[in-house]
Design a protein around this ligand. Structure first.
Ligand code: TXA
Ligand code: MG
Length: 378
């Protein structure tokens, strides 16, 4: 009797000690100097990756959730931690152009030209994959998305982790992408062993994705590298009609673009049109909701703040995304603003539309998805 109790105890002990993925783990947050990360920490993080584990890390676009791209269990852990559908492929991050050869079966000349112009940096290219890349990483596709980030911490992690890191944005599937290590912690605490905290990211929206296999190269996701910038290097470039469409029957070529994304928990509507009329409409509707006792927010820009001053129920949270003359400031604040609205349990957000010129296309793509295509012409 006693021996069987001891035996059961030992079995129980062994069982709880087995590192199953469902178990909550302790998530260490390690501060690193973004530009010159401590190499002891980077080796430790690289070791986790080599063992098939996950590390949250900064890139110049958004924080990524990294795993070894060549290990099927790495990708599986990413899908589990994010709650991401496994048919949504991952981007493989590399640290030098040579690394492309092992994971692709063909490198078109345009890819070399684009890499010379934009790598390391916020551009992802789609290639035919080689057998080295497991289907778990590519969501079952024969193509692989590849990017060489410019962030020194990301590059160090790739090198220490074996050269190939699959990394989606490090948010729970559907939530706004993380631009601070705190955002990663919020979403993935207890699910991953380590987050590298390199402070705020520089760009704030995800990389541009381009597919060179089409006769005219096609943008699958707009980003910081604009169509104009790409065209200067490789000539004509078109948009995938699927990424901007609200119609569920129009399928975007990047599987991830079909999912509801970036959504704050509030009911978020974007108002488009003459800027004065838009502000008047937003003032009217936001006051109405706030007067009913609803937690209400407004999304605007520096140049428009004055239109709201003294005209609002003082419980309304007004957030400027940045300077309209410098749209990169708007890109940089967008995801954090959406998360901050969630933090105070905002129920209604009334937002201005932004210009779709240049990087504005990527900004409006993210905001439109966050608003669930809820756009009203004023
Ligand atoms: O800036 C970025 O790209 C960030 C950082 C971490 O590098 N990563 C990122 O990954 O945004 P994620 O997983 O959130 O978005 C990847 C997008 C998804 O829409 C996915 O469907 C698409 O890339 N994608 C990946 N592989 C693809 C492929 N082979 N063909 C078409 N689309 C692909
Ligand atoms: Mg993402």
């Amino acid at each position: 009797m006693l021996t069987s109790k001891i035996f059961c105890g030992i079995l129980f002990f062994m069982n709880t000690n087995k590192n199953t993925d469902n178990e909550m783990m302790n998530t260490q947050v390690k501060k690193v100097d973004a530009m010159h990360p401590d190499m002891d920490i980077m080796r430790e993080a690289g070791e986790i990756i080599r063992q098939g584990g996950l590390v949250g890390f900064p890139t110049e676009t958004v924080y990524g959730l990294g795993a070894d791209a060549l290990l099927p269990e790495g990708a599986k852990r990413i899908y589990a931690a994010k709650g991401r559908p496994s048919d949504n492929p991952l981007i493989v991050h590399i640290a030098d152009f040579e690394a492309l050869k092992k994971i692709t079966s063909y490198i078109p000349p345009q890819a070399k030209a684009l890499a010379d112009a934009f790598w390391p940096g916020p551009l992802t290219m789609i290639f035919q994959k080689s057998d080295a890349v497991p289907y778990e990483t590519t969501g079952g596709l024969d193509t692989v998305a590849v990017r060489m980030p410019s962030h020194p911490t990301a590059l160090a992690l790739i090198r220490e982790g074996g050269g190939y890191i699959a990394a989606p944005s490090a948010n729970t599937s559907g939530r706004p992408s993380p631009t601070l290590a705190e955002h990663v912690y919020e979403d993935l605490k207890g699910k991953i062993p380590m987050i590298l905290d390199g402070g705020a990211v520089g760009i704030g929206i995800e990389s541009t994705i381009i597919d060179l296999s089409e006769e005219i190269p096609m943008i699958l996701r707009p980003g910081y590298i604009t169509k104009e910038m790409l065209s200067e290097v490789i000539g004509e470039v078109k948009d995938d009609p699927g990424f901007a469409s609200a119609d569920p029957n129009v399928h975007p070529k990047a599987p991830g673009m079909k999912y509801r994304h970036y959504a704050p928990s509030a009911d978020y509507t974007i108002y488009k049109g003459d800027e004065v009329k838009v502000a008047e409409k937003i003032i009217e509707l936001a006051n109405e909701k706030a007067d009913e006792g609803k937690i209400t927010g407004i999304i605007t820009a520096d140049q428009h703040l004055h239109m709201y001053q003294g005209r609002l129920n003082n419980r309304i949270k007004v957030v400027s995304l940045g300077d309209l003359e410098k749209p990169e400031t708007v890109a940089n604040h967008l995801f954090k603003a959406l998360r901050d609205f969630d933090k105070v349990d905002t129920e209604f957000i009334f937002g201005e539309a932004f210009s779709e010129k240049n990087v504005g296309q990527a900004i409006m793509n993210r905001l439109t998805k966050a608003a669930g295509y809820n756009i009203i012409d004023v």
